[in-house]
Design a protein around this ligand. Structure first.
Ligand SMILES: [Zn+2]
Length: 687
């Protein structure tokens, strides 16, 4: 039997009866995963694990070790190759597997039903079960956010299937997490947790995890996505804290995407220019951008992202020399002089009609039901059509990003406009002509996030500091742990639109061009929407949910915006060039205070008091190990408010907003009092 011994747990790769056994040393509890089951050649098969042997151990980076184990399955010549990633930093493990065979074996679907359960877990020892969803799209805020729901016993009795992708089990002494790394918008699901009356939970394919009659042979293996299993001593809050730390520190060999940099993106300004009666690309030029970089640096911004319009043609992704004659050379030099990073916008699935990339990759063109998709103008650039990333084109695209890293020095990639569905072409990697159009479309949707994982792997192995963000500001995009395992989400533009609400006609679109955004003015209201996604922070660090805040006067609005971004969304956009010097200085000072304690803020769990929009909302982010961090009080109705910190804080207090007093309270606590004559935000730094 193969055993991986870690500081906090041992993991045994088992035998004919079980798949994996995770033994938590602190509580002596063992979590048992049952064996995979699937339909092969029309027969229901439970795989066994025979003659297992460890083939290799690798260290992909960041203290992570990958163990590769091979075993016979007892079915024909089918072999299971298991990849397990462990880190001494965490008691949560990732694993995936591949199935190989020398002789052809068919993965079948009797009556079109997908029959593939990756593994099961026995939860009968745990009375509390929670489902944590990441992809609940809320129409009111026009964004996804986290929901956590207790699963009653009746759900097991009625054999319900839950989407997850995170399930948590607890007896208050030991708490267990099981999760899968994929992405879709709830309730669309490609995998599910099948609940059984005996309280066993099976992690199964819902649809499109494999093509009907897919062959496993010497040319093709079956590859699963990554799964996660882990346990901690304590209750579900302890588990959530450990899971959050795993996502921040231990999941990724290349953790650059977890750094709490301050980001600027030009889109907020491009929109303003457009709303003023011009075009999105009117301000896309060298002089404007150089001036804006000076200003961004003076404010304290660290990553400068040029949004759509920097390129001549989608697909080729070459700099538009009409806008930037020196192909971003002066821009990169200026950013370097300030120690800032360059980011660029991409729609990775688009190629302009006259692009060389489209001509060279014609077989990878996206089609639906045998027809080319109508060309679409991409943000005032040439009309473009789709190229499918679930085809050989994925590697062409990854190589193009690598060459842009080398040529332009870009290290930040904003990926936008990618819908989960859109191709059922039989020439690609998502089903051939032997399966239906509909199945190929679903297979595309299942495999698209998987191929983004491959792109990120390839690019980051060339450039470990590369950061990917994936735009999920609209619905129908894949949201889940696959992308978050390596990158971050661009979660929100400006919150909801007029069309999300049933407003009367004369309250729509105040600008001549029909701008549909409601929350683009200074004041408190925008933050009520943009801060909503901080509910992720219990399980997934908020630094992975980028949102941009506006820098516009008055000062009370600037305080509201800068206080909001410090809680982890970390973005600024809008027009920064017209800001007077004293406003630039305000952002510089606040962000300097933030940078002193941002490592602690990022590590700290969020304690939130008050519902968003209440008379006052308080957000405490104090690292208990250091006492450092921030407390932010948002006041939505004038008055006097008090708050006592839940953690012992550092004696070094910085208060840069007037109207706040901070006093030592009883038993190591600290009392914060706020006198607010109007709506506003009050930041207290403990460093
Ligand atoms: Zn395709």
């Amino acid at each position: 039997m193969i055993k991986i011994n870690q500081k906090q747990f041992t993991l045994r790769f088992a035998d004919e009866k079980n798949f994996l056994l995770l033994h938590l040393k602190a509580t002596g509890k063992t979590i048992v995963l049952s064996l995979p089951t699937l339909e092969l050649d029309g027969i229901f098969v439970e795989l066994k694990l025979l003659n297992a042997s460890e083939k290799s151990v690798k260290n992909p980076g960041n203290g992570i070790f990958e163990h590769i184990i091979l075993a016979n399955t007892g079915y024909k010549s089918l072999l299971l190759k298991l990849y397990i990633r462990v880190s001494e930093k965490s008691s949560i493990v990732r694993f995936r597997y591949e199935l190989y065979s020398n002789e052809p074996i068919r993965m079948t679907k009797t009556n079109d039903a997908e029959s593939l359960c990756y593994f099961g877990v026995d939860t009968s020892a745990f009375h509390t079960v929670n489902e944590i969803r990441l992809s609940e799209f809320n129409e009111k805020i026009h964004a996804t956010h986290l929901t956590e729901t207790n699963v009653p016993a009746s759900y097991f009795e009625n054999k319900l299937s839950l989407v997850g992708p995170i399930m948590a089990f607890s007896d208050n002494q030991t708490s267990v997490v099981v999760a899968y790394e994929h992405g879709a918008q709830y309730p669309n699901t490609f995998l599910n947790f099948g609940l059984q009356p005996d309280r066993k939970v099976r992690v199964c394919a819902s649809k499109a995890n494999y093509a009907t009659n897919a062959i496993i042979d010497s040319n093709a293996c079956f590859e699963s996505i990554w799964f996660q299993i882990g346990a901690v001593q304590g209750d579900l809050n302890d588990l959530a804290a450990e899971y959050r730390r795993f996502m921040l520190e231990a999941i990724n060999p290349y953790p650059a995407s977890r750094q709490p940099y301050i980001f600027y993106n030009t889109w907020g300004r491009q929109e303003r220019v457009k709303w003023g009666g011009s075009t999105y690309l009117a301000s896309m030029n060298l002089d404007f951008t150089l001036a804006e970089i000076d200003r961004a640096a003076a404010m304290g911004i660290e990553v400068f992202v040029i949004d759509t319009g920097w390129y001549l043609k989608t697909g080729d992704w070459e700099v538009n020399k009409d806008f930037f004659p020196d192909e971003l050379k002066q821009i990169k030099a200026k950013l370097d002089s300030y120690g800032m990073k360059l980011g660029l916008w991409f729609n990775p699935t688009m190629a302009a009609l006259s692009s060389r990339t489209l001509a060279k990759n014609e077989p990878s063109r996206m089609t639906m039901n045998g027809k080319n998709i109508d060309p679409l103008e991409i943000w005032e650039t040439e009309a473009s059509v789709g190229l499918c990333l679930v085809s050989p084109y994925w590697e062409v695209y990854a190589n193009r990003l690598i060459s842009l890293i080398d040529q332009l020095g870009v290290t930040y990639f904003k990926l936008d406009g990618v819908q989960q569905y859109g191709c059922n072409d039989p020439r690609h990697y998502h089903g051939d002509e032997n399966v239906s159009n509909n199945e190929r479309n679903e297979l595309y949707a299942f495999m698209l996030p998987v191929y983004f994982g491959k792109i990120m792997d390839k690019v980051k192995s060339h450039c470990p500091e590369a950061i990917f963000d994936f735009d999920i500001t609209e619905d129908g995009r894949f949201v889940g742990l696959l992308f978050l395992s390596q990158g971050k989400f661009f979660i929100m533009n400006n919150g909801p639109y007029y069309h999300n609400f049933d407003v009367c006609d004369d309250w729509k679109s105040p600008t001549p061009d029909g701008n549909p955004n409601i929350f683009v003015n200074p004041g408190a209201a925008r933050g009520w929407y943009t801060r909503t996604v901080l509910d992720y922070d219990k399980w997934i660090p908020s630094v992975l949910f980028l949102t941009h805040y506006f820098p516009d006067a008055p000062r009370s609005s600037q305080e509201l915006n800068v206080a909001s971004l410090m809680l982890g969304q970390n973005g600024i956009w809008g027009e920064i060039l017209p800001l007077p010097n004293e406003d630039v200085q305000f952002f510089n000072e606040q962000l300097a205070h933030y940078k002193d304690v941002r490592a602690d803020i990022t590590a700290a769990l969020l304690t939130q008091t008050g519902f968003i929009g209440d008379s006052h909302e308080v957000y405490e982010k104090i690292n208990p190990a250091t006492g450092r961090g921030i407390v932010v009080v948002f006041v939505n109705h004038k008055g006097d408010y008090q708050y006592v910190t839940t953690k012992t804080v550092s004696d070094n207090v910085v208060v840069s907003t007037s109207g706040v007093t901070v006093k030592k309270g009883a038993q190591g606590t600290t009392l914060i009092q706020v006198q607010s004559p109007e709506k506003g935000a009050y930041i207290v730094y403990f460093n």
